[in-house]
Design a protein around this ligand. Sequence first.
Ligand code: NAD
Ligand code: IPM
Ligand code: MN
Length: 368
Amino acid sequence: MTNPSLLILAGDGIGPEVMAEVRKIIDWYGTRRGVSFDVSEDLVGGCAYDKHGTPLHDDTMAKAQEVDAVLLGAVGGPKYDNLDFSVKPERGLLRLRKEMDLYANLRPAQCFDALADFSSLKKDVVAGLDIMIVRELTSGVYFGEPRGIFKEGNERVGINTQRYTESEIERVARSAFELARKRSNKLCSMEKANVMESGVLWREVVQRIGDTEYPDVELSHMYADAGAMQLTRWPKQFDVIVTDNLFGDLLSDLAAMLTGSLGMLPSASLGAPMANGRPKALYEPVHGSAPDIAGQGKANPIACVLSFAMALRYSFDMGAEADRLEKAVEKVLADGLRTADLMGPEGGAPVTTSQMGDAIVTALDASL
Ligand code: NAD
Ligand code: IPM
Ligand code: MN
């Protein structure tokens, strides 16, 4: 049997730094568990622009379409902020999502016990938190036409269009309902049906899919602004949340802070099954390239490590190994290891990115 294939696109800023720690874990699985991956590496984002004049070369796009899973670090940085929109680093990532048709973006927010004191919210509010945001990822205002900056009389106008078809809503709703069934059978859908027609359609379609295909799942609807408020007031009322591309982007950053740091949140972007039955998939931390700390050994690699755990679970049917890796992360946190982002204002002695990666590998060793 051939090894599963993995394309690593480390990207910019802290992307390569956190990915180096994931490489240690991939190597550990090869040497200690006999689970080897065919790993290839390529460029995405600003580094691809520097080399090729485009944030995603066509050859890289083609490779991404062929592998079993893509693992991405982060893209972007101040150096590229003034580039033309068509070649900005972020466009490389958006192209991957769109052309791989990765419509369901799973963004779990889990508060590890060891970090419950660290969240900016009260311990009671976040302890034991385990929610899953399902963000639609290939449509909505991110991709709707018309878009652009146009001249209108004497001034310019910036336009983006929120657009959802019924089938786009149906497929992401099904992903969310399926996840809800595997968890606690509860789904909350968020939009702004009070002001947006696309929200009216969203609510109607999600309700119909629920009534006809998932009557056993308890479905509720909430306006996304109220949802943001409820997520900070009492997040444990939620289990699975399904929402559109833009609201999902905002709500998942918000949810990240419930867990203590943006450096903790992984994600899986999944599409339709390929010929081998595995979903098209890209795994990446929710955070960005963090230019403010890049190159200093300060980045928390856990979001990227947990993204690899999601790959084990969703692409490679290795749920038990994903559990092992998540438990290893839990153990290093319980042992008190903290990267700088997980230190309170009182400070302390943070570990470096690399020390955190090494500690996770040691915890994996101890799990055998
Ligand atoms: P960011 O997520 O890069 O950083 C926000 C804050 O969180 C910063 O203070 C940063 O230091 C901190 N942070 C983020 N990840 C961390 C980690 N692993 N460990 C410790 N601290 C961490 O968001 P931003 O500053 O708004 O954006 C910077 C660049 O990244 C922009 O170019 C943006 O477009 C891009 N971006 C890319 C992605 C992605 O590649 N998926 C996601 C978000 C932002
Ligand atoms: C994310 C990021 C991206 C988004 C950017 C970098 C294109 O913020 O993955 O959350 O807006 O989707
Ligand atoms: Mn985001």
